[in-house]
Design a protein around this ligand. Structure first.
Ligand SMILES: [Zn+2]
Length: 324
């Protein structure tokens, strides 16, 4: 075994003097082969140098062929992708990087069908990459919302049976929470596909997503009636007593719901199944919460950072839906 003499390059020096590519040209130049991609992932996964996942020692590893890293303390063999969302992938890292670039730089993302054509891979490969990235995206969104937060439900997807509005549909219920800013504008958003609009479904969503002490704004729906027992200030706008139509009383949630529906209909041609809805919500949330990012390249870096900070998913989870 030969010990590598390669210096640990800080990620800030990897791409034209920065830690992310600003343009597609810089991207192509920086990530021309799997070695360059692996070096970048290594810096994102171990910013303070390789840390052995088995014994926890931080020391420069021995480097073997095909990207194998061997711990110099305990001789444990690993790789930069082992134990991450890219675990055991047979797809080249350059393909993963190309996908990450398009997912984060296209304004509305892209469907698996479009990604298949863009990458020149099989549909199944494109779909798997997208699904795994969506699992990674949720990890980037752990901090709770705070301040003034609107909460409401929206009906998404499914096929309408042409019955009366709100009835005879197989649409999914999506709980939405969004920070509202004064005097106007929105902050971050969170969403969850819930089985129904009961207190039992909605209260855990709010408690998970919103920091105690925040002010929750809802309509008069009974599903929200116990929020003031959970450490929130609850402000209700009762629709029947109000002159305003719903979208004026809850402008934030109304706006998010319409963007979400347009995205599902546009980018995904409306073909989102129940079992995968949550993963689409994660992607929408990830992109929405970074809409003001000063560079798309930063979002690209963030996605890859999460990809190597997130544990593996199984093929069954990719096919039948990930348990969130
Ligand atoms: Zn070790």
């Amino acid at each position: 075994m030969k010990q590598s003499s390669r210096d640990t390059t800080p990620p800030s020096k990897l791409v034209a003097g920065r830690d992310y590519p600003r343009t597609y040209r810089e991207f192509v130049k920086s990530f021309h082969d799997d070695g360059a991609c692996a070096a970048y992932l290594e810096c994102l996964r171990w910013p303070n140098g390789f840390k052995c996942p088995a014994c926890g020692v931080t020391a420069e590893p021995w480097r073997q062929t095909r990207g194998r890293l061997v711990c110099s303390a305990c001789r444990h063999q690993t790789s930069v992708t082992a134990g991450t969302i890219l675990d055991k992938t047979r797809t080249p890292l350059t393909t993963w990087f190309e996908a990450a670039w398009h997912v984060t730089t296209a304004k509305n993302g892209l469907s698996a069908k479009t990604l298949e054509r863009t990458l020149g891979t099989r549909y199944r490969v494109a779909w798997t990459i997208l699904q795994r990235f969506r699992v990674a995206m949720v990890r980037a969104e752990r901090e709770q919302l705070s301040g003034n937060v609107e909460v409401d439900e929206a009906l998404v997807g499914g096929v309408e049976h042409g019955a009366k509005p709100g009835r005879g549909t197989d649409k999914c219920v999506v709980a939405i929470a969004v920070e509202v800013k004064q005097p106007k504008g929105f902050g971050r958003v969170r969403m969850r596909h819930v089985p129904d609009a009961s207190d039992f479904s909605l209260r855990p969503f709010v408690c998970d997503m919103v920091a105690p002490g925040s002010t929750i704004l809802t309509d008069g729906w009974s599903g929200y009636s116990r929020l003031s027992n959970c450490g929130y200030t609850h402000r209700k706008t009762v629709m029947s007593a109000s002159e305003d139509p719903a979208h004026v009383a809850m402008p934030g949630v109304h706006r998010i719901a319409s963007l979400l529906k347009r995205w599902i209909l546009g980018t995904h041609q409306g073909s989102v199944s129940d079992e995968h809805l949550q993963s689409y919500l994660e992607e929408f949330t990830f992109r929405f919460n970074r809409r003001t990012s000063r560079s798309r390249g930063l979002v690209f870096r963030r996605l890859l950072e999460q990809a190597v900070a997130t544990g593996p998913v199984t093929d069954a989870e990719v096919t039948h839906g990930y348990y969130w």
